[in-house]
Structure formats: structure tokens, C-alpha cells
Ligand binder design. Structure first.
Ligand code: FMN
Length: 314
């Protein structure tokens, strides 16, 4: 069971706090790393993958590129840091990325994907997995790509069962995922809209041969979800607010100690509360109150109020 990469959310502070306070997670993927025009990574990205910041759980760094040269450079860099595996992003839907034939924007070009892999797979000193969508325009794209991937050595292919054009809207498409199972010799991992223990159990029953699962947004809004899926039962409700509050304090303390300026801290916490608020009663009101907090004092007052007055509903 893996935690999906979420740019702006699942940084190493989040990954480490998550692993400290919740159970059931086997591995986690970093948000994508991409070389800039000067062929360097941002200092925040470098910090995010330093081995000393990532010792609590198995971390698989993800890269976003369509350049063979950058692919090989990043693979060597990450292997030198001690990583055993990297993941190639063929799923990012954002127009700025997709228009440049990166992320899901590469999916309409199976021959380009094949060409890149032909040049990197036997050259890089590190294992490789792929995270991809069903296609950019439509799911026919993945049906063409999967057979081409059989000849490459890959640890697994994670499929986010949406197309790029959907962005994060609409439903995931498990029917299309099902068709993919017979089109590949590789191990597949399912990703998309696992929102509850029940929704996982339905998918698990349906896809008997799949034993690798990735969860994104719902593991952020309800960090007990992965633990509950692993145990096959819901966690003790009376302890949830207390456990979540400990996790939250841990995260907040780390951001307060490392981010510069209250604006930066508040915007980081507000982004997280976009997700966390969904697990509280009066979730809209909760999120609004956090969003309106324009000082650290007000934010802390609101948090105190939420933890004391609202119920955990997830
Ligand atoms: C804010 C946000 C940032 C994301 N960043 C990444 C990323 O860096 N790399 C990636 O492969 N997927 C990224 N994703 C996609 C998720 O990893 C995941 O595939 C998607 O949310 C579907 O899973 P879910 O329905 O369980 O959330 C991002 C999604 C969101 C909402």
C-alpha cells in the first residue's frame, strides 16, 4: 500500500509525520522532480530527497522528463544518494507540462515512450517503475502502450485510472483498468478514488490479481484510511481526534520551525486543511475558518476550537 505523490503536500515533513503517527503504509513516492533550464533541481527538491530526511520509510523518488539525458542524469544522481528505485511520471495532466509532451502529454506518443525507455532502461543503475494515466485524450492510448512496455524491465506500472484531460475531475475508470490487466506482463498497481474501506474492498474483490494499491487525496483527508484498509476494520473512533491532533501538532511544529514568515506557514497549513477539513463535522465551516485566519494567533485559536468542538466523521 503506497501513498501517492502530491506536489505541495507530501513533502518529507509530511511523509515522516505520517509514518510516525499512522500505520499500514509500505512505501511513499516523492512529488515529481524535474530539472530546470539550468539542469539543476531546486534547493527545496534537493532537501526533500536527502537520505537523512527520508530514513523513516521506503521512499521512491519520482521524475518528470521526456529527455533521455535528464532521465539518465537524475537516475545516476538518485542512485548515488542510495535510492534503489525511481518512478517515471507519465500522468501529470497540467497543460504547461502536457503541451510539452511530458507527463500524460507523452501518452499519445507510444513510439516516443518506447524510444526513451530503449535508451535508459539498460543504462541507468537503478530500478524503474512507471506511474501513468489511461491516456491523455482517451483510454485507447494505454491499450497501445502497455504491450510495448513488456520488453522493458520495470518493477511495476501504477495506473491512475483517469485520462489527462480529466485533470482530477470526474470518476476514475476501473473498467478501463480491468482491460489493462491482460495487456501487460508487468505487475500493475491501482490508483484512483479509493476513498473508503468499502471502496477499497470492492476494488480488491474485483481485481483479484492486483496486490499493489496507491492512495492519494483520501489518505491526506483521512490519514487513518491506509491503516484501516490494512487491518480490514475501522480504527477506534474515540482516539481519532487525539491521534490526528498529535500528527497535526507534529507537522505544524516542523513547519513553524523551518518555514520563514507567518504567511508561508499559514498558506502551507491552509493547503493541508483543504483536505483535513473533509474529515470533520461542518467541514465547509471548518475550512472557511482556517482560510480566514490571517495570523498565527487566529489560526491556533481556530485549531483549538475545531479539535474541541467538531467530530471526526471519516
Ligand atoms: C495536489 C496534487 C498534486 C499531485 N502531484 C502529483 C505528482 O507530483 N506526481 C504524480 O505522479 N501524481 C501527482 N498527483 C496525482 C496523485 O498522485 C494521484 O495519482 C491522484 O490524486 C489520484 O489518486 P487519488 O484519487 O487516490 O487521489 C497529484 C494530485 C494532486 C491532487
Amino acid at each position: 500500500m503506497s501513498l501517492a505523490p502530491l506536489q505541495g503536500i507530501t513533502d518529507y515533513y509530511f511523509r515522516n509525520a505520517f509514518q510516525t503517527h499512522f500505520k499500514g503504509l509500505d512505501e511513499v513516492y516523492t512529488p515529481f522532480l524535474r530539472l530546470d533550464k539550468k539542469k539543476t533541481l531546486k534547493s527545496s527538491q534537493i532537501k526533500d530527497i536527502l537520505p537523512e530526511n527520508n530514513s523513516k520509510i521506503r521512499v521512491i523518488p519520482q521524475i518528470l522528463t521526456n529527455s533521455v539525458q535528464d532521465f539518465i542524469y537524475l537516475s545516476n544522481y538518485l542512485a548515488d544518494l542510495g535510492y534503489e528505485e525511481i518512478n517515471w511520471n507519465l500522468g501529470c495532466p497540467f497543460p504547461m507540462v502536457a503541451k510539452r509532451q511530458m507527463g500524460s502529454g507523452l501518452l499519445p506518443y507510444p513510439e516516443k515512450i518506447e524510444h526513451i525507455l530503449e535508451q535508459v532502461v539498460n543504462t541507468i543503475p537503478i530500478k524503474l517503475s512507471i506511474k501513468m494515466r489511461l491516456g491523455y485524450e482517451n483510454e485507447e492510448e494505454i491499450y497501445k502502450i502497455l504491450p510495448l512496455l513488456d520488453k522493458f524491465s520495470l518493477t511495476e506500472i501504477i495506473i491512475h485510472a483517469r485520462i489527462g484531460k480529466q485533470m482530477y475531475k470526474g470518476n476514475a475508470n476501473p473498467d478501463a483498468f480491468e482491460k489493462c490487466i491482460n495487456l501487460t506482463k508487468h505487475q500493475l498497481s491501482y490508483n484512483g478514488d479509493i476513498i473508503s474501506l468499502e471502496s477499497f474492498q470492492q476494488l480488491n474483490k474485483r481485481f483479484e490479481t492486483i496486490n499493489s494499491w496507491m492512495i492519494g487525496r483520501s489518505a491526506i483527508s483521512n490519514p487513518f484510511l491506509i491503516e484501516e484498509i490494512k487491518k480490514g476494520e475501522t480504527c477506534n473512533k474515540s482516539q481519532k481526534i487525539e491521534r490526528f491532533s498529535d500528527f497535526h501538532s507534529d507537522l505544524y511544529e516542523q513547519f513553524s520551525n523551518t518555514l520563514s514568515g507567518s504567511g508561508h506557514i499559514l498558506s502551507k497549513m491552509t493547503h493541508l486543511w483543504e483536505y483535513f477539513s473533509q474529515s470533520f463535522s461542518n467541514s465547509r465551516k471548518v475550512y472557511k475558518a482556517i482560510k480566514k485566519s490571517n495570523s498565527i494567533r487566529k489560526f491556533e485559536e481556530k485549531i483549538h476550537h475545531i479539535f474541541n468542538k467538531e467530530d471526526w466523521i471519516a
